[in-house]
Write a protein that binds this ligand. Structure first.
Ligand SMILES: N[C@@H](CCC(=O)N[C@@H](CS)C(=O)NCC(=O)O)C(=O)O
Length: 205
């Protein structure tokens, strides 16, 4: 059975869990990372020398890097649907999977500052700089999402999973947000998916 290591409040673990849920996979999840430890044990580091989550094991095959995990699971179980069979259609959507890390980097100080740092220790300047940078970046997918309902085209695909998890943080952190109607409409489409509500759109911790 598929095994997934990672704490459920990690944005990158959420991507693997959301994909597994969309695909209807049975899996065992093991708490790892931050307060759960595990990631620095020799056993874990043999699987994932980065000491980060998520890591998966599928029939003896070990894999890390959340977006690669999403690609792998979708290619294995949903070729032609969540993993588009057409090369150009797939690459067209996949760019957003890679771009999600650009957005994640901009949001780092915002998320950590407001969610994981006590008020007296917050760096207000860094939070505001991250907020402005994230807002500027979020203008990038606007054109795509104005032209089609999902990042990869007419239907939901793996392309939506990484950025969907990152944008959930943007939508839920207590900040001032400029309006991006096309992004907000896409986010509501994601919210119509039970797997997104179950694993991703949860209170931030
Ligand atoms: N690029 C990697 C990054 C993994 C990563 O940074 N994971 C974070 C959680 S989101 C982590 O393991 N942090 C340390 C910890 O939880 O102990 C991926 O997408 O899988």
């Amino acid at each position: 059975m598929l095994k997934i290591w990672g704490r459920t409040n990690s944005v990158n673990v959420k991507k693997a869990l959301w994909a597994a849920e969309e695909l209807g996979l049975k899996y065992e999840r093991v708490d790892a990372g931050m307060q759960f430890g595990v990631t620095k044990t020799p056993e874990y580091m043999r699987m994932n020398p980065n000491s980060l989550v998520p890591t998966i094991e599928d029939d003896g095959f070990v894999l890390w890097e959340s977006h690669t995990i999403v690609r792998y699971l979708c290619a294995k179980h949903a070729a032609g649907t969540l993993w588009p069979a057409d090369l150009k259609a797939r690459a067209d959507g996949e760019r957003w999977m890679d771009w999600a890390f650009t957005f994640q980097a901009a949001m780092r100080d915002v998320f950590w500052g407001l969610i994981r740092t006590p008020p007296e220790k917050r760096d207000a300047k860094a939070i505001e700089a991250g907020r402005q940078k994230s807002a500027a970046l979020l203008a990038v997918p606007v054109r795509t999402l104005s032209e089609r309902p999902y990042l990869g085209g007419a239907s939901f695909t793996m392309a939506d999973i990484p950025l969907g998890c990152e944008v959930q943080r943007w939508m839920r952190v207590p900040i001032e947000r400029p309006g991006f109607p096309a992004v907000e409409a896409w986010f509501e489409r994601l919210r119509a998916r039970p797997a997104f509500l179950k694993h991703v759109d949860l209170p931030l911790t």
